[in-house]
Design a protein around this ligand. Structure first.
Ligand code: ZN
Length: 167
């Protein structure tokens, strides 16, 4: 699989001086549960009920790590809702012998409400796990970025020299 571009490469201005460190599994879990930025554990992940700011107000970490990044969290949300729905239905219908007619509206309401309740936690968990398995920053990225910037500056200078020579 192609390596995802690092945060530094995508947002060099914001992160040129910041080298972020690897978080532990426990840190990732607890920050997700508290709906906090996975990188610093301080900045809130949501500014409204469902609104996510572009980046962390505390450390500047950009939450949407790639286009469509949070699509994965909807799969998690969907998966949890359907599995728990099945378990609840089995328990209530076959265990407690509650009829389908009674269960249908209750479980329908569950299907509608549960994903909304889980929305923020699914996103927080998805982001935290992604940061745990794919550290946003390393010293290697910093070095790569500096090399890349030097390369770009070189190319720009050569281009300008060529243009000057053409005139
Ligand atoms: Zn942060």
């Amino acid at each position: 699989m192609k390596r995802r571009r690092s945060l530094l490469e995508r947002h060099p201005a914001r992160f040129s001086q910041t080298a972020m460190s690897q978080i532990t599994y426990q840190m990732a879990q607890s920050r997700a549960l508290r709906l906090k930025c996975p990188q610093c554990g301080e900045g809130p992940l949501f500014s409204g009920l469902m609104t996510m700011p572009h980046h962390c107000s505390h450390c500047g970490f950009v939450f949407e790590r790639a286009p469509g990044f949070f699509l994965g969290s909807t799969y998690m949300n969907y998966g949890f809702t359907t599995l728990s729905l099945t378990a609840i239905y089995m328990g209530l219908h076959y265990g407690l012998d509650i009829s389908n007619a009674v269960l249908a509206p209750i479980l329908l309401a569950y299907c509608l409400v549960m994903p909304l309740i889980l929305f923020r936690y699914a996103r927080a968990w998805w982001l935290a796990m992604d940061c745990y398995f794919d550290t946003p920053e390393t010293d290697m990225d910093e070095a790569n970025w500096q090399r890349q910037q030097a390369d770009l500056a070189d190319r720009a200078r050569q281009q300008m020299e060529r243009e000057a020579a053409d005139r």
